[in-house]
Structures are given as C-alpha cells and as structure tokens.
Design a protein around this ligand. Structure first.
Ligand SMILES: [Mn+2]
Length: 430
C-alpha cells in the first residue's frame, strides 16, 4: 500500500480553522451585501470552477542550464496521477489532468482511465510532442516537425498526433493541443510563407481525423526554441490557421507566450469575439516564457484576463467554452505546493472578476467617467475573496488550508521513501 492522505486528516485539519473561517466569511458576506452582492452566489461559482493540471507539472522542471530533481518526485504516469490526486483532494478545483505523449505512454489506456478515476480524476486535453526526438525515432525533429521541409518527417509528426487522438479517445478526452517548436534561428533559414503552408497542410490531416465531438487547440508561441521566427508565433497566425481549418480548430492562449507587456486580455477579447478561444495554459512571467506560478508575479494581469472571460460568460457570448489548464515549470518549489497555490490563484481571479458590477460599469463607461470605471474594476481586484475560496473547498470536502495540511501530512516524505530516484524523469516546458 502506498501512502495517501486520509479523509479524516482533512476533517480534523479543517476543525482547527473552522471558527476563524466562519468569522471571516460572515464579515466578507456583510461587506459584499453592502455592495449588492450575495456571497452565497459567489461561493457557488467558486465551487463550480475547475482548472486542469498538467501531468508534467508534478515533476520538477528545469531550465536549459540544469534541472535539480526534488525528493520523491513522480517517476511515471502512475506516480503523477497519485500527486495530481492529492492536488484535487485538497483544493477540489482540479478534477482533470492534461496528459502528454509520449511522456505518459502506457500499454492499456482503459486501465489508465480507471486508475485516474480511482484518484477522482478525469482526463482533459491530450498534448502531442514533436519538439524533441524520442528514443528509436526514425526521423529527427531537429529542423522541424509538422512544418519540416521533408514530407516524410511531416507525416511522421502527423502520425504521432493521430496516435494522440486515439489515446485521448480511450482516456475520455475531447481535445488535442498542438504546440510545435518549428521555426528558424537565422534570417533566410526558411521561407516564412512556405513553412506556414506546410504547417496548415499537416494540420489539415490532423483536423480531418478528429472525432465528431473533438477540438484541436492551436498553441502559439513568440520564440524559443527558434529564436528568429516561430511558425505559429502569435495569435494572428494562430487565428489565421484556426479560421482556415474550420470550426473544430481554436486558439489556445499560453500566458507566457507573448512579448513582455503585451495586452493579453485584449487578445482574449478578440478571440472570444471570433469564437475561436480554445482556452488557456495558465502561468506567470516577468520576462519571457518563465512558466512561473500563476498569479505569483502579476496577479492583476490574471484578473484582467478573467475580467474578459466573466464578461463573455455573463453576456452568453456565442461559442464561449474555454478550457482552463495550468502549464508551469516548478524548478525550485515542491510542484504539488506550487500547483495547489496556482489553482487557487486562478480560482481567485475568477471569483474576483465575478464581483464586477457589469451593468453599472457599462453605464459608467458610456458616460466617459474614466476614473469610476477603473475603480469599479479595481475594487473587485482588491477584494480579498480568500474566505469564499476556503469555504468552497470546505464544502466540497477539501482542505481550508491545503498547503499547511499537505506539509503536515508528510506526503512528500512518504513518497521519498516509496519512490527511489531515477535518472531522466520527464519534465518539460511547453
Ligand atoms: Mn503551454
């Protein structure tokens, strides 16, 4: 038997915080009532919110310089599911996991689906990987994959994506996320038009193989590993591709895949309007694709993204059904702690954005009362909704203080004994 956090440990842990939470929740409820907001409605929204955890996120990440493995880190998809299960058990906001192939490859995917269910987890979008070569791979992706100059290499990359769809079908997924590292490092290295055409030709084959209820999420990225140009570098290229492919193709926004200071919330608004917003890879950054914990550097930006999302939800924007996923690299923290904190920060931004009085905001905007319009949005952001998040977790059987309880449980220590370290565990930055 492997170690697991027992339900009564959560209950007794919550007992210690219950009195303080009740006081804080009541106080916040009175404050919100004065603003015409019923706290119970917000708690229900918090309880209904969900964000997927990436299987690669529970492994220790690294930079291009080094990776410093953490103790007791997962060695395979089975260990990863166990860790993802703990994140869901304590936060109750991450009921699905987003797997990555071939990193998470197994023989029996029906069994894997059942194994995930035993941890109260389902599967979210499957991610293909043509940005690195696998052992025994026939043709190399050094100079590209879906947009490679050589047709046979492109077809190999297409085949891999088709296999991912088949695996995802068995796991109960309904979406494939495609991020390619294709691009060029030198001006003149490739023809900017021809590589985009090749990409579209490959994507067409993948698109045509999608099951009826499936979507393909196109993930753009400004640079890295290609440092001069990337084939799908921005939301414009992504939107062009998605429009050309058809209704089952949408654009996925990874918050770290933009130039510094880009107005991402405006990109989100545009993609919603085009009915092409697939969803998100949440993370935070200071300079580039830093893959830091969501809300750790610029929580206001995360809030402003959710401000657009909640606005679209409440006005019932056509075709609006974004998929929320985390995509981070945890290099110096315990990945379970980082993912729990991140999931709660994302949920926090969602609840904060839900506090905005949108009817009043529109009146104020139309009246050109600039400062009041800004204050209405800012007031939602500065409201501490922690008691709502804690109460939502408590009602769903989670922990009032997930990180405190996780540390007290000794989970990582147990796993360190159960999981002897192995060389070359899969952890990546995508
Ligand atoms: Mn990503």
């Amino acid at each position: 038997m492997t170690f697991a956090i027992a339900p009564d440990v959560i209950e007794s842990g919550n007992e210690r915080h219950r009195g303080a939470l009740a006081e804080d929740y009541d106080a916040l409820g009175r404050q919100l009532a004065r603003r015409g907001i019923a706290i119970e409605g917000m708690t229900t929204r918090a309880m209904d919110f969900a964000v997927a955890v990436p299987t690669w996120g529970v492994g220790t990440g690294g930079t291009r310089f080094a990776r410093f493995p953490g103790p007791g880190e997962p060695r395979n998809i089975h260990d990863k599911l166990e860790d993802c299960g703990v994140i869901q058990q304590l936060t109750r906001v991450t009921p699905t996991v987003s797997p990555h192939f071939p990193w998470d490859r197994v023989k029996d995917y029906n069994a894997l689906r059942q194994e995930a269910a035993s941890h109260a987890l389902g599967f979210d979008a499957v991610n293909s990987n043509t940005f690195q070569d696998q052992r025994g791979q026939r043709l190399s992706y050094k100079f590209g994959s879906l947009a490679h100059a050589d047709r046979a290499t492109r077809m190999q990359a297409v085949e891999h994506n088709l296999e991912c769809i088949e695996i995802g079908r068995q796991l109960g997924s309904t979406a494939l996320t495609v991020w390619i590292a294709d691009g060029s490092n030198f001006p003149g290295q490739s023809n900017l038009t021809r590589v985009f055409d090749s990409y579209l030709e490959s994507l067409r084959l993948i698109y045509d193989a999608l099951p009826k209820d499936w979507m393909v999420f196109l993930e753009h990225k400004l640079y890295e590993p290609a440092f001069y140009s990337t084939v799908i570098s921005d939301w414009g290229s992504s939107l062009m591709a998605a429009l050309e492919l058809g209704p089952k193709a949408r654009c996925l926004v990874d918050l770290g895949h933009h130039a510094p200071n880009t107005n991402i919330e405006q990109i989100v608004a545009r993609l919603i309007r085009a009915r092409k917003l697939a969803g998100f890879h949440f993370n935070d950054s200071k300079y580039g694709d830093d893959d830091l914990d969501s809300g750790s550097v610029d929580p206001f930006r995360l809030f402003l993204v959710f401000n657009e999302l909640v606005d679209a939800e409440l006005r019932r924007a056509e075709g609006f059904a974004p998929a929320y996923m985390i995509d981070q690299s945890h290099n110096v923290t315990d990945p379970i702690e980082s993912l729990m904190a991140s999931a709660m920060e994302i949920q926090r931004a969602f609840v904060q954005a839900s506090l905005v009085d949108r009817e009043l905001l529109q009146v104020v905007q139309d009246g050109n009362d600039v400062l009041l319009a800004h204050r209405l949005v800012k007031q939602a952001f500065i409201t501490d909704v922690s008691p709502i998040l804690s109460e939502a977790r408590r009602r769903k059987g989670g922990a009032i203080d997930p990180i405190g309880l996780y540390r007290a449980s000794g989970y990582r220590g147990h796993k360190t004994r159960e999981r002897p370290p192995v060389e070359g565990t899969s952890a990546g930055i995508v």
